[in-house]
Design a binder for this molecule. Sequence first.
Ligand code: SF4
Length: 694
Amino acid sequence: MSLLEQVARVFAPEGPLARVLPYFRSRCGQMEMASAVAHAIDEPTRLVVEAGTGIGKTFAYLVPALLSGRRVVVSTATKALQDQLHGRDLPLLQQALALPLRVALLKGRSSYLCRHRLDLARRGEIAHPADLERDLARIGQWAQATQTGDLAQMPDLDEHSPALPLVTSTRDNCLGADCPRFHDCHVYQARREALAADVLVISHHLFFADLDLRESGMARLVPGAGVVIFDEAHQLAETAAQFQGTQFGSRQLLDLAQDLHGAGLRWAPGLADWQGLRDGLRQAARTLCLLTADAGEGEGEGGLVRRSWLGPAPDGVDAPSWAEVLHVTVCALRAALTALDGLAALGPDLQQLHQRSVDLLQLLAHFAEPVEAGSVRWLEQTPTGHLRMVDSPLVVAAALRTLWPGRPVQQGAWEDDDDGNEAQVADALSWVFTSATLGDDATLGWFTQACGLEDARILRVPSPFDYARQAALYVPPQLPAPTDPDHSEQVAQWVGEAVSRLGGRTLVLTTSLRALKVIAAVLRQRFAPGSGVEVLVQGQAPRRQIMERFRQHSGAGDCAAGRVLVGSASFWEGFDVPGDALQLLVIDRLRFPSPGDPLMRARSERLALQGRSAFRELALPAAAVALKQGAGRLIRHEGDRGVLVVADTRLASRGYGKRLLRALPPMRRLLTQQEFEASLDALTRISTTDCPWT
Ligand code: SF4
């Protein structure tokens, strides 16, 4: 039986899936995608699938891949999808298809407990505030029982706990085979299982780290795979750019300072002034951060500020002062290096610290040189006050094209890309790239051009949802233009009215942290505790906890359980709220990339030199993809009903608004406030099993 016939049998109304899953229904779109994936595996070739919400894309790629008998690697952008694939979808399919496959999940090393660092922290050899002792003791207790070391499995551990950097490793500080805990290391145990697996679930970050051999001492995972599938592929180019670039951060300096102090006192007490060396590195990191913190406003999203860096110093930073701080940093690193010289034999930590100091000095030397042609440089300030120097390639398509050549190549071979750079070739035969949103035109040019996939096979499978019946779109004409300084305030007031009318069940997605703060403040003032509506705001608790709380809605018409959630970038995707908990989705403004962002600016200038329009080719498709992503939160099931509000009049008034509107699913348009309010009233009256507008 051919692969295509096997796939058709699995998805048939009386097939194995229907027998195992009581809710399974055969869907045309799902079968169309599964057939295309089967073809891509048979041929083999590269396939790009934009799979509309609700078609069941996960099974559509997993079934043919599992039935192919080849080794399968599935890569995702988020841990949430990794966990869903490994914990739910793959076990279910193994049962349905009766396939005895070895399945493994491999996360980034920061997800796993590092036993060596836990030992050091508990012995006080990694300095830490006393109030973390309790967390360390709890982690220590959990460490005795865990099989996987996956910290996400530890109950009640905050994903942002300050104890986590103490008990997880980085590529810089891992001792690898020299580690005293190498024999029971969770990171390496997970790697070994990954290498032995028939089906491996990884992240895009790991995929590129693995190809880059940045994880020293670890074998490559992708060679030997017959099928590689990228879900959430819309994030692929961005992730690739990070790995092709160069970065140096204040965090690395501070980590080095801390580890140097701990290891120095342990392995070589009295042989150097370890405390003085630590303080010198810390002072250098602090001065770097302070100098740039005073440099005025930059461009950024999600609290991250990017500052262009075209000359000898980042924009707004005094060049002589910058040179002086870099010199001080180099001196601090050299002092550490001198102290470590000749001590490597005393302990593996010292040997590794020596190498880290050399690496950091090389990185600083890199950033002291002018930026290379084809790259763009900027300085990044994180919301936690850290600093990162970044060199990023302007275009990654040429390098990526060599990764998925669509033909068998020699394992581990290296090829030159179009620019003569060395790029490593993976030897999987079939490549599948999928996401609910990959562009806004038939060629999916936004995605395929960025990823070097212009000649891949393209398939767009529309969502099976009846959007005209299930959803409506409203662009309130009375709100000010998004450039108006009062825009966020007025959006918040308007949303408050709508939330009162609906009794909660509202998600507000903002494009900036500033708008998030303004809108959250207004809503919190209006809906005080006891008002019947609870206001949840990104940042007030771990994201997972906020999402769970928002989903806990007790049913339509129950105003006492009403909730409104205000979230920014991290809530625009990967956040599913099926059912009544979400019926009004408000997007505060169109999400164009900032023209002042260094990367965007450099890419725009490059296109302008070629006589092309950066707005049409970069900004507009990016805004369309973001709008589709955000809007996709509203309808997750056939039974869902809701209203999407885009509080940005440009969508209705500007010529380009038509292109953006075409990117959205075909929702019914509401033209007046009366129509909008009538729709909300209808949603409050009925349960979601009935349709308000038919
Ligand atoms: S090998 Fe690396 S990750 Fe594993 S315990 Fe040792 S330092 Fe930690």
